[in-house]
Design a protein around this ligand. Sequence first.
Ligand SMILES: Cc1ncc(COP(=O)(O)O)c(C=O)c1O
Ligand SMILES: N[C@H](C=O)CCC(=O)O
Length: 428
Amino acid sequence: MSRSASLFEQAQKHIPGGVNSPVRAFAGVGGTPLFIKHAEGAYITDEDDKRYVDYVGSWGPMILGHGHPQVLDAVRAQVDHGLSYGAPTALEVEMADMVCSLVPSLDMVRMVSSGTEATMSAIRLARGYTGRDSIIKFEGCYHGHSDSLLVKAGSGALTLGVPSSPGVPAAFAQHTITLPYNDIDAVAQCLAEKGNEVACIIVEPVAGNMNCIPPVPGFLEGLREQCDKHGVVLIFDEVMTGFRVALGGAQAHYGITPDLSTFGKVIGGGMPVACFGGKKEVMSHIAPLGPVYQAGTLSGNPLAMAAGLATLKLISRPGFHEGITDYASRLLKGLQERADAAGIPFTTTQAGGMFGLYFTDQQHITSFADSMTSNVEQFKQFFHLMLEGGVYLAPSAFEAGFVSSALGEKELQITLDAAENAFANMTA
Ligand SMILES: Cc1ncc(COP(=O)(O)O)c(C=O)c1O
Ligand SMILES: N[C@H](C=O)CCC(=O)O
């Protein structure tokens, strides 16, 4: 028995399903999750001492690769000053200034510890600001695990087949309207009927929790127009896309300005950091300035701020995002060529340093329904063959892949060699 298998068995005694977040359990691909003991640069190493080229990057945060020396130094320097104070710090001020300067739609930001908290708080703020209860989200989009948002959700909820979770009171779910992603006509129709009840639209500007689906031209623009027309707050959930698809996030990449935004993952460089922010007029409704309550014991934690700030400074260097985007493009081109050569129906999607892999003969993936055409059995085979070849992909057909700046020519070659072998040996 491998050490990962034995740890997994042991883990199941006191941890539900042996994991602290469902997608880690390999339920979407079968087999035993790898237990990781070390990560450095482009690689993770499991408890059985096997090294893998990593395209998960802790589900997005590790955009610089693992253990970047400057990030580690920043954390080490802060450790000597204490781990948490529950009081304001200069680091938080620097972080807020930096985030607001990188993302022009933000006048103010509030730090929290997870993407779930960020989206939950942004929605409460939108409701408090507008005095309306309903919200619009899109099928297959995932915004964390707060009650209002676990309706037709993506990510682990979709992988496990429970996109609308038991435990969410019907009274909460009834205020969540779910529409098809990339379908602006459905949004216009819905708002024409009940626009004055809708507090906000929350959207992943690139959907990354039902595989990876970039917005079709006109979708984000249409959301902006519709929100303006009906007095609805437009929230871009940039927990995944923020500081990744471009330094200024998807809003910079696509040139659309939301009213509120949420960030997570990259902003903490691997530590628990997220934030929500937006126009001063809206953010002024948050306590203690305004009546909408939101709080957190560890919010703005100094170690987490130190890691996040070091990360944001490093990724601000010119050419950083072009570099990861170029790697992702060459990776996808190489995979497509090898799949075509092996006669495997396959297509890919990309937004900057984020990508999707589909086992389908459909050329264009723009909707949840398109994403569902991907052959999950083939993905499972591919996933395990890639693992054998030393490449770690997200263990679900419904998650995006992530590129880090630590990946280079050597890792590209390892990945494409593993893929050539995988495509050649797939049977499903
Ligand atoms: C787009 C998006 N929003 C929100 C979340 C929730 O973030 P967290 O897992 O940090 O709570 C995630 C990921 O989990 C996400 O991908
Ligand atoms: N898709 C999720 C976040 O982006 C994956 C992370 C998790 O839920 O554990």
